[in-house]
Design a protein around this ligand. Sequence first.
Ligand SMILES: NC(=O)c1ccc[n+]([C@@H]2O[C@H](COP(=O)([O-])OP(=O)(O)OC[C@H]3O[C@@H](n4cnc5c(N)ncnc54)[C@H](OP(=O)(O)O)[C@@H]3O)[C@@H](O)[C@H]2O)c1
Length: 371
Amino acid sequence: MATKKTVKKETVKAAAKKAVPATKTATVAKAAASKKPAKKAPAKAVKIFHDKDADLSFLKDKTIAIMGFGAQGRAQALCLRDSGCNVIIGVRKGKSFKAAKEAGFAVFSVAEAAKRADIIHILLPDESHKSVYADEIAKYVTPGKTLCCSHGFAYVFKNIVPPAGVDVIMVAPKGPGTEVRRVFEEGFGCPGLVAVWQDASGKALATALAIAKGEGLTRGGVLECTMQQETYEDLFGEQNVLCGGIVDLMKYGFETLIEAGYPGEMAYFECIHEAKLIVDIIYNKGIAAMNGVISNTAEFGEYFNGPKIITPDVKKRMKESLKRIESGEFAKIWMREASKGAPVLAKKREQLAQHPAEIVGAKIRKLFERK
Ligand SMILES: NC(=O)c1ccc[n+]([C@@H]2O[C@H](COP(=O)([O-])OP(=O)(O)OC[C@H]3O[C@@H](n4cnc5c(N)ncnc54)[C@H](OP(=O)(O)O)[C@@H]3O)[C@@H](O)[C@H]2O)c1
């Protein structure tokens, strides 16, 4: 994609405005004129907490059992230990068990770690929370203890129903585990969310903020939300934009070009590889700044063609997706699939590995490996 600006931006923007179909303008005007009340009141401004709002002493003399030593478990355990917390790991025997031992942690079965812990932080795959909790954790969830998670799925969809007398909190870094750890080691922190599901002690939020501080999250800032908000928004984002959404858009773009006879290598560059460059600018400076860096031609094309591809019916289907999430329909389908050993997931992974974009992509990415 070219990035040089040659035409005055105002001219391009005026032309782009003209390119908006009249029917669309009429629809927008009609909607604005309609006096229909909004379905839901706008959400209240969220509270943002920083280091000064969090006190690590809430974790003093407490044992935190991190259940699972995968992407999040490893990162959060290492950060909390570096912050002086007493962290143990609960995980089944295997790869993670070995990795946690090698990282110098005291490692136990999930049941043993739950027994020893004051704070039980479950960082297992969401689909396994229900059975592992019932089989290994529940009997050690006694009054005065705290249950913690990084995604509210298990509580919101009632896979875990905690007893009274315990605190239930969420501390959710907004980033993959590798990023949580990398930013922490740089002396800063990944942003995050905190929520309280059950507050038996009256100190549930203070505990959540202390954990967030121990993981470096309050250095940037953590937002307070409800577990429902986090769970529904997280599922919505990954299904409609971040994973489902972007991936399908990339695949359609790539397929359209190769089916028209263009070289796959070039199609990969245009429709997949360059997405990172664009997203990086949006991540750092926003959409308008990204538009300021790409060429006028690219920007005009965005306004001219984007709405022809992503049409209002996409939004309609996104609303249907949100309903499936909020009603629990998606969670039911996913839990049923997981209980059968996730055959659909396995098949989809197999199919994706055969997709030409993956085959060409492996070749292209090799070009960028620094030897
Ligand atoms: N990944 C993210 O970016 C992200 C971001 C925010 C929140 N979260 C949340 O964090 C939680 C953990 O996700 P993750 O991505 O870190 O998971 P993950 O990388 O898949 O790691 C799961 C860990 O749980 C262990 N495990 C799996 N089944 C187990 C069982 N039956 N008994 C004992 N241990 C078991 C695995 O051990 P083995 O090596 O033996 O399989 C592994 O150590 C989830 O609730 C997720 O929604 C994830």
